[in-house]
Design a protein around this ligand. Structure first.
Ligand SMILES: [Zn+2]
Ligand SMILES: [Zn+2]
Length: 412
């Protein structure tokens, strides 16, 4: 009796195992096909902006919207559905069907069904002749910052009005991350503090190569030679509020100034470390945040803060670590309000006046920062210390969660 029931259980388990295996296979092929659909769609979109005869059709989509994403006219909207959405989703259905037929995997038909929903939606919008846009094209002011994981309105708005040769992704920003088009610097006005330092100068040089206008904010203007596309604006510690007008038209503010008192532990050293590394940076963040006004400012205005690797790793300078950690933690706290995109620059030791023993070159670091920023990394880690790549995300996530639970924004 007992032997029989055990055999039955074993047999049943075997059947279940086969079923589980089939389901897993279907699910993984299904997920893969959804990802494939998005990658194809975004790649086609990127191609539309490179190939003239494709651009002619795709452009119907661009001309259908005004800056606030309201539709120009019903005719323009219907044209955009026919020449862009219907065409694009039909191509997608055909390509994914061919792949599903060749690969003989049932899960791949999920991608076909997914593409069919786009084709159905676009056809319906075209035939019905009503303006019923998808979420990314809803009109009105942009109230949230561009999202990292999924394309939202602010993310896509930038494709229409910030730079049409970037922000191609429609749902997952994967293609943009690969192409380095998840943030466009072209034509932007970028202000940076600590402009006369080693990293400041390297960043200025790299930013100018990206066709940006650089506003070099420095407390040592005599140390800076002006270059084409660069404007030097002197400022003084403690007088951050005076920069409000200069920051009004700035798209990205890079807070990069700092002081290192090394082994010094006098009261004066404590004060100046916190004054320069923590409070001056926070003051500048507040001054810049006050300029994030207007219906589309949240999409393009950004703050990058050089909090340094000292946030999680030793910098062999206690006061540098303490003041930079305080800054890093408060930046995490401020990020919760979502005023604008705030990126952290978590940099390892590079050769500079603050650190003559640095191993990386400032130019190398500046290039890596921009490489990762264009891929929309919000925490830009550039270091040779492998531990930072593990410790920083753990620290940032746990601190973020803790602050999210135990703090709240001022009710307006
Ligand atoms: Zn669009
Ligand atoms: Zn486009």
């Amino acid at each position: 009796m007992l032997t029989e029931s055990l055999t039955e259980i074993a047999a049943r388990l075997q059947i279940d195992w086969v079923l589980v295996n089939t389901c897993l296979q279907f699910a993984s092929w299904g997920l893969f096909s959804l990802l494939l659909a998005e990658v194809f769609r975004d790649s086609y979109h990127a191609l539309c902006h490179q190939v003239n005869w494709l651009a002619k059709w795709h452009n119907k989509h661009h001309i259908a919207y005004r800056r606030d994403l309201s539709v120009v006219s019903l005719k323009a909207y219907q044209d955009s559905q026919l020449y862009h959405d219907i065409l694009e989703s039909s191509l997608l259905v055909v390509i994914l069907t061919v792949i599903a037929l060749i690969a003989h995997q049932w899960g791949l038909w999920l991608g076909v069904a997914y593409a069919c929903t786009f084709l159905y939606g676009a056809s319906l919008r075209y035939i019905q002749g009503t303006i019923d846009t998808d979420y990314n094209h809803l009109p009105g002011p942009l109230e949230t910052i561009p999202s990292v994981w999924l394309v939202n309105r602010s993310y896509h708005w930038r494709h229409h009005f910030d730079d049409v040769n970037a922000y191609y992704s429609g749902v997952f920003p994967l293609v943009d991350k690969i192409l380095g088009t998840a943030l466009s610097l072209k034509g932007k006005t970028i202000a940076l503090t600590g402009a006369s330092g080693a990293l400041g100068q390297a960043l200025t040089a790299e930013l100018l190569k990206h066709n940006t206008k650089v506003v070099a904010l420095t407390t040592n203007p005599e140390k800076l030679s002006t270059q084409t596309g660069m404007k030097v604006v002197p400022w003084q510690l403690g007088k951050e509020a005076e920069l409000k007008d200069a920051l009004e038209k700035v798209d990205i503010l890079i807070i990069n100034h700092g002081v290192n008192v090394y082994a010094n532990r006098t009261s004066q050293a404590i004060n100046s470390s916190y004054e320069v590394n923590t409070f001056s940076a926070l003051q500048l963040m507040d001054v810049f945040s006050a300029t994030v006004t207007g219906p589309q400012a949240k999409a393009t205005k950004e703050i990058w803060v050089n909090t340094s690797e000292a946030e999680v790793s030793p910098a062999l300078s206690p006061l540098y670590e303490l003041s930079k950690r305080a800054l890093g933690d408060i930046v995490t706290l401020k990020r919760l309000d979502g005023v604008c995109v705030i990126r952290k620059l978590i940099l390892g030791p590079f050769k500079s006046q603050l650190n003559p023993y640095g191993v990386m070159s400032a130019r190398q670091v500046a290039r890596s920062i921009l490489f990762l920023a264009k891929r929309d990394y919000r925490n830009i880690i550039v270091t040779i210390n492998p531990l930072t790549y593990i410790l920083f995300p753990l620290k940032e996530t746990s601190t973020w969660l803790y602050y999210k639970i135990f703090s709240q924004t001022e009710k307006g």
